[in-house]
Design a binder for this molecule. Structure first.
Ligand code: PEP
Ligand code: MG
Length: 299
């Protein structure tokens, strides 16, 4: 069914009654960006920049970073691209940002917390992103990973603007950030929910541990209720809210996420057409009804 629906998607993310939901690609390399563009992505909702440097022994120069980012942005000239600043952590260690050994790396100095400790590394990355944006012609925003509070979001947005980047958003992947979505949206231009980490931290279940994988289920009402808070906050603020975790790649869940108020969905290239096609067969009211059912089902 997905294959037939895939053939039918017209390439513009929207419900059957025309409510726009941008269908975007998750990328970490030039190959990913080409695959996303070929699949019909309307832009990039998550560029995981740390993927460029998993093997880098030392911090890449601004010039090197600029070239690497511009190559990924190239297929998306004139289109929206969200570049996430380095998300180094236990699952994605970067040699030049290696933290001290920690008893609980998932709860330690990772994501934007690394930038608080090494702001000069963030500033150099922002400088490279601004230059790559100008070179590629993509409509570039930046986004911080692992933000927990509105104060952290404000700190990041200020640095991004100082680097000449017009739009700065943050990921919602810590439960505290979902609960503070209103305050965060007072200082950030948009939010994007990372359901992989948000599920991990909501259910206290390591996303890398098979033994607790069943808990990391994005259909769980507890997780969807956090997403609903984010959707309501974004609607009231008149600002975009997306999902860029794996949940956005499930076509049925994509409708639920739309019903919860998400305005973009970002995913791996293979999911773009199935999600676009499935969304196009439901009205926004259908999506809202599916969201209400999913919120209420005590799975
Ligand atoms: C997430 O946590 O859902 C996310 C999109 O970020 P990553 O998978 O890179 O941690
Ligand atoms: Mg994450």
């Amino acid at each position: 069914a997905d294959r037939r629906a895939a053939a039918e998607w017209n390439g513009v993310g929207a419900t059957a009654d025309g409510r726009r939901v941008r269908i975007l690609g998750n990328v970490g390399s030039v190959a990913d960006a080409r695959a996303a563009a070929e699949a019909g992505a309307e832009g990039i909702g998550l560029f995981r920049t740390e993927f460029c440097y998993l093997d880098a022994p030392s911090e890449p120069s601004v010039t090197e970073q600029r070239a690497a980012y511009a190559a990924v942005l190239a297929p998306f000239a004139g289109k929206p691209v969200v570049v996430r600043t380095l998300d180094a952590g236990a699952d994605k260690p970067l040699a030049f940002l290696a933290p001290e050994p920690e008893p609980n790396p998932a709860l330690g100095v990772r994501g934007v917390r690394v930038a608080f400790a090494r702001p000069e590394v963030l500033d150099r990355q922002l400088e490279a992103i601004a230059a790559a944006a100008a070179e590629s012609g993509a409509e570039v925003s930046v986004m911080a990973p692992m933000v927990a509070t509105a104060a952290e979001a404000a700190w990041f947005a200020e640095r991004a603007r100082a680097a000449g980047i017009a739009r700065a958003g943050v990921m919602i992947e810590v439960p505290a950030a979902a609960l503070a979505a209103r305050e965060i949206l007072e200082v950030a231009d948009f939010v994007s929910v990372g359901t992989n980490d948000l599920a991990q931290y909501t259910f206290a279940a390591d996303r890398q541990l098979g033994a607790v994988a069943a808990l990391n289920d994005p259909w769980q009402p507890a997780l969807l209720r956090l997403l609903a808070l984010v959707g309501e906050a974004a609607r009231d603020a008149g600002k975009p809210a997306g999902v860029c975790g794996e949940a956005a790649a499930d076509p049925r869940l994509a409708r639920v996420l739309t019903g919860l108020g998400m305005t973009s969905l970002s995913m791996t290239a293979a999911a773009i057409r199935p999600v676009g096609a499935t969304l196009a067969t439901a009205t926004f009211a259908d999506c809202e009804a599916e969201a209400r059912r999913a919120l209420g089902s005590g799975a």
